[in-house]
Design a protein around this ligand. Structure first.
Ligand SMILES: Nc1nc2c(ncn2[C@@H]2O[C@H](COP(=O)(O)OP(=O)(O)OP(=O)(O)O)[C@@H](O)[C@H]2O)c(=O)[nH]1
Ligand SMILES: [Mg+2]
Length: 107
């Protein structure tokens, strides 16, 4: 992928990763609106989107299905969308995230 001074394949505006707190039921609707507003603005159509629901270790978290629903991810068009539950704290499912990134790094 080269270092940060190279022209990167994906830059900060391409929204390839979006991380939310899957246990914060109050903020999730705001995160959803933010994500969809940003997706409308971006010119980089077609870039794969990875939505991560962090804090999957918490009892009150939303499941991945609930996150997909709450974040209205089925409404995202012209992009491949993936959604995983992860726990940064317990390092859960980070291997899946890494695999996702590696599989798309050289596209
Ligand atoms: N349980 C849990 N905590 C995490 C995880 N990742 C980060 N944190 C903790 O969450 C806190 C930051 O969460 P944020 O939601 O960004 O900050 P916040 O809204 O001020 O804090 P909360 O009230 O905990 O949501 C820090 O204390 C982190 O240590 C995780 O996967 N699981
Ligand atoms: Mg929080």
């Amino acid at each position: 992928m080269g270092d940060v001074t190279d022209s990167p394949k994906y830059d900060a505006n391409d929204l390839s990763r979006f991380i939310v707190d899957s246990a914060d039921r109050e903020l999730l609707p705001i995160a959803r609106d933010e994500l969809h507003a940003l997706l409308e603005k971006t010119v980089l159509d077609g870039i794969p989107l990875l939505v991560l629901g962090n804090k999957s270790d918490l009892e009150d978290k939303l499941s991945v299905d609930e996150l997909i629903e709450e974040m209205d991810l089925r409404a995202v068009s012209h992009r491949e969308v993936s959604c995983y539950g992860i726990s940064a704290k317990e390092e859960t499912n980070l291997d899946a995230v890494l695999q996702w990134l590696i599989a798309r790094a050289n596209r």
